[in-house]
Design a protein around this ligand. Structure first.
Ligand code: SAM
Length: 238
């Protein structure tokens, strides 16, 4: 068992890692990653880039959405037998549109202590720099794939009075913004945050139609995207 972690008890650590810029990781996250017995991650090659950058050498196991049912049991058994386990995702915070929540649920059922080492999450970074109200928001993760279901989700939120945030792929962004333009009033503010913390970081801001047009006239949209919509004008709590 890793020596300098709490003696006696074994832990499940959820560790937030960078969403682009490798410097965006806390000192505590690096220390815990160095000290745990095993690191469960999505793509071992991707996590290895981060670990190599910080000269961290710990055993990696694959923990994906497609093997998480089986791996939850494996990881819980390891913790019960005295090992400290860290979970990271390919980027950002495990459990946020990434595997993690099921493992935490199982750990809680087994009375295993769960500790999150805070750090980047793409939607928080996007929201705080968007210029849209931050005093109330709804984060949807990824939208459903089917047009009818997307519309239904968005129509339910139209009068919510909060900033709506979701993740979208560059392949679907034009179609999704076209749907948003159909569903939301023309004066809805929209911000698309692209490639956060990376070289080509960009915020595309305007009314929903303007943002749709700016993005639609681009050829192929590249990079990672967060979409935000708001009908509220006031940035103050009310
Ligand atoms: N766990 C991650 C988090 O804490 O934000 C989210 C993982 S989810 C599988 C990946 C999606 O997050 C991307 O498709 C994109 O919508 C968003 N995302 C991740 N990194 C981003 C970045 N650097 N800039 C903009 N969006 C990003």
């Amino acid at each position: 068992m890793a020596a300098s972690l709490s003696a006696g008890l074994s832990y499940l650590y959820l560790i937030s890692t960078p969403i682009g810029n490798l410097e965006d990781i806390t000192l505590r996250a690096l220390r815990i990653l160095k000290e745990v017995d095993i690191i469960a991650c999505e793509d071992t090659r991707r996590t290895k880039i981060l670990l190599d950058h910080y000269s961290i050498k710990r055993p990696l196991v694959s923990f994906h959405s497609y093997n998480q049912d089986k791996m939850c049991r494996v990881l819980i058994n390891k913790i019960i037998s005295g090992e400290n386990v860290a979970v990271v995702s390919d980027s950002g915070t495990p459990g946020i549109s990434d595997p993690g929540a099921l493992l935490v649920r199982d750990a809680v059922c087994e009375n295993i202590p769960v500790v999150h080492i805070p750090g980047p999450t793409a939607f928080v970074t996007a929201l705080v720099s968007s210029g849209l109200p931050t005093n109330g928001f709804t984060f949807l993760g990824f939208l459903p794939r089917k047009t009818g279901r997307i519309k239904k989700v968005l129509l339910n939120l139209i009068d919510i009075g909060k900033t709506i945030i979701f993740y979208e792929s560059p392949y679907r962004i034009k179609k999704t913004l076209a749907l948003c333009r159909e569903v939301f009033p023309a004066d809805t503010d929209c911000v698309v945050a692209r490639e956060l913390t990376k070289k080509y970081e960009e915020y595309i801001r305007g009314k929903i139609t303007e943002v749709y047009e700016k993005i639609n006239k681009r050829g192929k949209v590249k990079g990672e995207l967060v979409v935000m919509l708001s009908k509220r004008r006031s940035l103050k709590n009310d």
